[in-house]
Design a binder for this molecule. Sequence first.
Ligand code: MG
Length: 277
Amino acid sequence: MNKDSAVVDRTAADHFIARSAAERLWQARHLIVDLDGTLIREDEVLDGASELLERFRGRCMIVSNNSTHTAEGMARRLARLGLQVAPSCIVLAGEQSVAYLRREHPQARVLLAGSAALQRHAMARGCQLVKADADVVLLALDPHFNRARLGLIANQLRRGALLVATNADASHPGPGGSLVPETGALLAAVITVSGVQPLRVVGKPGPLLLEEGLRRLGASPASTLVIGDNPDTDARGALQLGMDCLLVGGAAGSPSLAALLRGAVSAPGAAAAAPAL
Ligand SMILES: [Mg+2]
């Protein structure tokens, strides 16, 4: 096989992957879509993101391991980028971690290592936030994480506080293939220093976020397709709940979101299976 024919075969294989994926997309009644690396990379909107959200408007939920924003704040951020999404259609690991604590540990004194927005949200939901003598340490993507904060957290855990993490991603994709450090990197430092493992990691691949997405959609796992870029969080989380998952963005040979949608437009029978625009 010469070089040119190899290129042709690769293009054909990519086209086949995008076409079969596109057919699965149109068969889905509901979508749960990841955010970072799937719809955006920091402040860059990925090709196809707006079109996907428009085509599935009213049948789509964004479910993300983001722990720095509230849903309201994320909706404003996405609007600035040109993506119109209602806050009620955004499920985030930070907010869901607060909801988990209110359900499971309602009386807990909580040391929250996280953004100012998440701290305000936690207080508004009735969390008792403290700087010492904590019952629970909630670790999110803390923009002020440093050696002193690490020491404070480790010593709270050493004296018996429980550790809850919003998510365990080491990084999420930034522009130009760069890496943006995530909560999992902070969690690794906390575990290394304290020797304490988390009682709970709330974000994907755990079930809490995806289950909340299904609940808000009023959907069943069988009728819902997960679209994401991360095999370890999006695909594994979907699999554990019995949902189909399409990976996009290049992971494991996956098509880009734009290629997926182009395939959907050209897929045989797509017009019959496609939802009304
Ligand atoms: Mg992602």
